[in-house]
Design a protein around this ligand. Structure first.
Ligand code: PLP
Length: 439
């Protein structure tokens, strides 16, 4: 009997024993194509020798040194590399252990920034519905996924949630794409004014919504308007690229596509690529200087901040992405994948939408394409589809809960950047078989 407390207490899972390129192999020798990189984590596949070697080298020299006393070479070098390629204005890097921690750090930094600027009344965060920013209490509070929040609601601070930018479901037929983007972005201004012009400390959003909507980018112009509103009202813009960052969308930082720079940016998953648990919060010089020239102390921290081995892995991952120009490869393979997905599924009677960027794609299922009516929850479509695909040897990431109060099903694909065209085609074939056997 296993003594592991599993994520789901139903059923059992095979024991994963090794990794080879884009595949995970279980104890029985069965191979699984990692079509979702776990949860958009394993961007370099499972057996990258450079990253493995970098981790071993660091372990041989120094495993750990507390950041109260020391910095480390891998942490310094990783931070410099991240900043050298970062959106304009980002100057400092705070290294943490994962995505939730990066988001917690961002929220606390935003609060401390305003307190130190002499605006302690700024205490509200505005976020978006159908978003996910992590499972710790602060990150869960800003997240807008009702299912994840419901039972913890009494423990969560009050956060306003405005509409996401979700063109497929929410743009009305008589609205241009541009007007739609402005309408939903302007909800931020309305909410700031409702809460009080100087009461809001930050707005947080994912440039491409991952876990809750399934690879949904904003329409052009949306984030530019968001940036304008944040500037106008002194609200910090926090972009959560935990899932969509690190080259996943064909841009090293996903917000490059939207031509905006945030005040604070969170990354994780693809930064360690699954080789080590690591995340990071990047902030502008202006935010950093406020603390540095004020109290001089960010009143926040975890024991494993800037862990040298995790940083060595992150440095090796990032160098790999840059040196092999994997971001261009993601764009090129992404175009191939998009073509194949549209060829196979665009006319499928139960596929409502195919959307994404780079190697980050979502397929949304509906029971009525005209009315965009989702399947009822009891059909449990995405989860059943994932199980069938898994049996056949394909990992893909299912999600439900598309709209307020209504079920919805989509499947997320986030294959490793190194996947060949033949492997991507194999993934689409397996997915097609799974869809046809479930629907
Ligand atoms: N933010 C986003 C956008 C995510 O997708 C996730 C995880 O899926 C998180 C934050 C939380 O990251 P972690 O699971 O590493 O704590």
């Amino acid at each position: 009997m296993s003594h592991i407390f599993p994520r789901s207490c139903h059923g059992s899972r095979p024991v994963a024993v090794s990794g080879d390129g884009c595949f995970i192999i279980d104890q029985s020798g069965k191979c699984y194509f990692d079509g979702s990189g776990g949860a958009a984590v394993s961007c370099l596949g499972h057996s990258n020798p450079h990253v493995v070697e970098a981790i071993k080298e660091q372990l041989d020299s120094l495993a750990y040194a507390h950041t109260r006393f020391f910095t480390s070479l891998p942490a310094e070098e990783l931070a410099s590399l991240l900043i050298a390629h970062a959106p304009e204005g980002l100057e400092k890097v705070y290294l943490v252990s994962g995505g939730s921690e990066a988001v917690e750090s961002a929220i606390k930094l935003a609060r401390q920034y305003h307190v130190e600027r002499g605006e302690p009344q700024r205490r509200h965060v505005i976020a978006r519905r159908q978003s996910y920013h992590g499972n710790t209490l602060g990150a869960l509070a800003v997240g807008g996924n009702e299912w994840r929040r419901a039972q913890y609601a009494p423990l969560l601070v009050d956060v306003s949630h405005i509409a996401p930018c979700y063109e497929y479901m929410d743009r009305s037929a008589d609205e241009t794409v541009e007007d739609y983007g402005l309408r939903v972005a302007n909800e931020l201004e309305a909410e700031i004014l409702r809460l009080g012009k100087d009461a809001v400390m930050a707005f947080i959003a994912e440039p491409v919504v991952g876990a809750t909507l399934g690879a949904v980018p904003a329409v052009p112009g949306y984030f530019k308007r968001i940036r304008e509103i944040c500037n106008q009202y002194g609200v910090l813009l926090i972009l959560d690229e935990v899932m969509c960052g690190m080259g996943r969308t064909g841009y090293l930082y996903a917000c490059e596509a939207d031509e905006v720079s945030p005040d604070i940016l969170c990354i994780a998953k693809g930064l360690g690529a699954g080789f080590q648990p690591i995340g990071a919060m990047l902030c502008t010089g202006a935010v950093y200087d406020t603390i540095a020239k004020g109290s001089g102390f960010f009143q926040h921290g975890h024991t494993y901040l800037g862990h040298p081995v995790a940083a060595a892995a992150g440095r090796a991952v990032l160098k790999n992405i840059i040196d092999r120009d994997l971001v261009s490869q993601v764009r090129e393979r992404g175009r191939f994948l998009e073509r194949k997905l549209r060829e196979r599924f665009a006319a499928h009677p139960y596929v409502g939408d195919i959307r994404g960027r780079g190697l980050f794609w979502g397929i949304e299922f509906v029971q009525d394409r005209m009315g965009k009516e989702p399947f009822p929850p009891e059909v449990n479509l995405a989860n059943r589809l994932q199980k069938v695909a898994f049996e056949a040897g394909l990992l893909c990431y299912p999600m439900s809960g598309t709209r307020d109060g209504k079920n919805g099903d989509h499947m997320l694909l986030a294959p490793p950047f190194i996947a060949s065209e033949a492997e991507l085609l194999g993934m689409v074939d397996m997915l097609e078989k799974a869809i046809n056997s479930v629907l």
